[in-house]
Design a protein around this ligand. Structure first.
Ligand SMILES: *Cc1c(COP(=O)(O)O)cnc(C)c1O
Length: 546
């Protein structure tokens, strides 16, 4: 045996066995188990793995590839170490942000494709996982109210990617030929001030230009002001601009604001008539957070079989009144890694009419097989070439594991926990909820120094410009409270809440800082929710005494 062959022999043991070999399989599982064991040793009462760490970027950039390889046993600890200092997303003491809480089934949905690597570029390379992609698309299409026979969908790189597809298709409708010839005219994207920064990213990357994103003011409930949207759209159309897309946000990132898609849809149709447009401006629903609330479309709110509290029922029913119109969008984004309990990245872009994908086919004259013919070649119109099977498989795992009922339970629990927190905040004169008109699992709130009338202050902060210095002082006050609560949480006391630097802008343009509690963890419970107020008030006293 030559030297290289000896080494090759050793290396083979570091790969999962391609043919049945149960002893070798045992080694694969055992290696995984040992890695999990090492992670387990990092767990404590605090919502963090190990201790808070400062990343050492200087040493990191000095890293070089060694000559000698290492064993699996030597490599794994280095991987585990990289998790040190990380917040545990699903920890009941972590309510920092909208982050995924992957179920066991969805983790296996990532692991299997990681071993066998289906490539969703075509059905030759993707096999049955391509079929899973279609199955999940059909399930979600039906869930949100599309005709699943006519709809189509693809997994892509995040809600940002989903929006990129939606707006790209809209751009082809507004300025046909852009894919081949480039963007030859002026096109705009209309979205709300509370819409995600992905709008800007998409406009930039598609060549529309970030300056062509018109951000329309929102109302107190963080939904787009449809009157202002109508004015903005008319102004653009009158000036010869074309509308690449209306982006409706259903579930804004910070506050869970839900745009009125029904009104936007009506506006779009009216504008087509009014301006005799030769195209129908595209509506993309950025529903990466809100899509999952569709499971309440057919919930029996009257009898409330899941026995949610009154406040929760009201909140869920209010969300439903907006979410049930999702089917009016021409395309929409779904993040399973936000509210679908799947790991990163698992995002689906859905089209109401799958034929809209035709406008993205790269080579003209070659019709794509949009699964009418039994062949499936999404690679002819996807932005990506190689696409992983992890998104569809982990999404399928989640949907099968939970069903409509499981999603109702988990999402309803998040909302119920938020309502408990709101009830608590409502009884504290030092605290006030900012997004009181929003009804999701996220609560944005502020604390004030003693003696401040929290009813009066909210109004002045919003509209009285002479109050700006005070507002900045209170912004700072809340930042310091956050730091204190955060430090306590890292030490295993209290709950890690989040901070947003700009919940929204005041009428005179100042950002409002807010404390944030985002509850999605199945492990959150009532007593912990009640402890939040206690810890925030203690931090407030501490900051006030400084
Ligand atoms: C998170 C988010 C996005 C971006 O989605 P990614 O999956 O992070 O790419 C877009 N819109 C909204 C409303 C979001 O919350």
């Amino acid at each position: 045996m030559s030297n290289y062959q000896r080494q090759l022999d050793q290396l083979r043991s570091a790969f999962p066995p391609p043919v049945s070999d149960q002893v070798h399989d045992g080694y694969v599982v055992f290696s995984l188990l040992r890695a999990l064991d090492q992670v387990d040793a990092l767990k404590s009462q605090a919502p963090i793995l190990g201790e808070p760490t400062q990343p050492d970027y200087a040493t990191a950039s000095a890293a070089r590839l060694d000559d000698e390889g290492r064993t699996v046993e030597q490599v794994v600890p280095e991987l585990v170490r990289s998790l040190e200092g990380m917040l545990i997303n699903s920890h009941p003491r972590n309510q920092v942000n909208v982050s995924p809480h992957p179920s066991i089934a969805s983790v296996i949905g990532v692991m299997l494709p990681a071993i066998f690597n289906p490539n969703l570029c075509s059905d030759e390379s993707g096999g049955g996982v391509g079929e899973v992609e279609l199955r999940v698309a059909a399930m979600v299409a039906d869930l949100i109210g599309y005709d699943a026979q006519q709809a189509g969908g693809l997994f892509t790189f995040g809600g940002t990617g989903a929006m990129l597809y939606g707006v790209k298709i809209g751009l082809e409708k507004a300025l046909p030929g852009s894919l081949r010839e480039g963007v030859t005219g002026r096109a705009v994207i209309l979205a709300s001030e509370q819409s995600h920064s992905a709008c800007l990213n998409v406009a930039g990357w598609l060549g529309i230009g970030q300056d062509q994103v018109v951000r329309v003011p929102t109302q107190a409930d963080n939904s787009i002001d449809v009157g202002a949207l109508a004015d903005a759209a008319r102004e653009q159309l009158s000036g010869g601009g074309r509308i690449a897309a209306f982006v409706a946000t259903l579930g804004t990132t910070d506050a869970f604001g839900l745009d009125d898609l029904e009104a936007i849809h009506r506006l779009r149709d009216r504008l087509v008539e009014e301006f005799s447009l030769d195209y129908r401006p595209h509506i993309h629903a950025d529903a990466v957070i809100g899509w999952a609330w569709s499971v309440f479309n057919d919930y029996d709110f009257q009898n409330n079989p899941l026995e949610f509290r009154g406040r929760t029922v009201r909140a869920l029913a209010t969300s439903r009144s907006r979410v049930r119109h999702l089917h009016l969008a021409d395309s929409l984004g779904v993040d399973f890694h936000k509210t679908g309990f799947a790991p990163y990245t698992s995002s689906l872009v859905l089209l109401r009419d799958r034929d809209d994908f035709q406008s993205l086919v790269r080579e003209r004259g070659q019709m794509p097989y949009l699964f009418h013919s039994g062949e499936y070649h999404p690679g002819m119109y996807t932005l990506e070439t190689t696409r992983s099977g992890t998104g569809p498989l982990s999404a399928l795992a989640s949907l099968r594991l939970l069903g409509r009922e499981g999603l109702r339970v988990l999402l309803g629990h998040g909302v119920e926990m938020a309502e408990i927190l709101r009830e608590q905040i409502g009884s504290c004169p030092e605290l006030t909820v900012l997004n009181s008109e929003n009804v999701g699992p996220v609560t944005l709130f502020r604390a004030y120094p003693s003696g401040v009338d929290t009813f009066e202050v909210k109004r002045r902060e919003q509209s009285d410009e002479s109050f700006a210095p005070k507002l900045r002082e209170y912004n700072d006050f809340n930042r310091r409270i956050f730091q204190h609560v955060h430090a306590e949480a890292m030490a295993g006391r209290g709950v890690a809440i989040g901070l947003t630097d700009c919940y929204r802008r005041t009428d005179y343009g100042e950002p409002l800082v807010a404390l944030k509690s985002y509850v999605l963890s199945p492990f959150a419970d009532e007593s912990r929710m009640k402890s939040i107020v206690h810890h925030v008030l203690a931090a407030r006293d501490h900051v006030q005494a400084e």
